[in-house]
Design a protein around this ligand. Sequence first.
Ligand code: MN
Length: 204
Amino acid sequence: MAYKLPELAYAYDALEPHIDARTMEIHHSKHHQGYINKTNAALEGQDALLAMSLEDVLKDLDAIPESIRTAVTNNGGGVANHSLYWRTMGPNGGGEPTGVLAGAIDAAFGGFAGFQEKFSNAALTQFGSGWAWLIVDGSGGLQVVSTSNQATPLSDGATPLLTLDVWEHAYYLKYQNRRPDHVKAWWNVVNWAEVARNYEAAMG
Ligand code: MN
């Protein structure tokens, strides 16, 4: 048993002009594939862990043998984080959430604009490589957080709903050092229907 690169639900050029096709192709077929390969190598022979979902493996880092823990968390985090990232973007994205999720965002952040500002700020102030997140925390509340490198909020007892990759490889070809321009453009491709499904699943 081994992990496989998930297919995108849209073409590499589907997020143009906000995220360019070349960046999408390299990001998915090289970076994400690389994390898949290294996760499979790290987990070779670990039948108990391979029988679990990768998300469940990342929820309990203490259960991973110490000799492979760093390799599994770095690379497995890279697999899980990118899988959520692809799913929560799409063509015809952007706008604002509706329904139960919209109400929860209003209650937690004082409105969508307040949430957007907080999330953008998390993405812009993450020093070096990492991710910005909207999560459901262990108490069922919405929070905006950021993580370094390939760390995932799953390992902190949270459920990620939406994430933005702020590693330079996610935007450098089109935006070079202009992370703020990338973050601003990314809001146009957020797949709020998928984020709402994640929220409903997290809240049972
Ligand atoms: Mn990435």
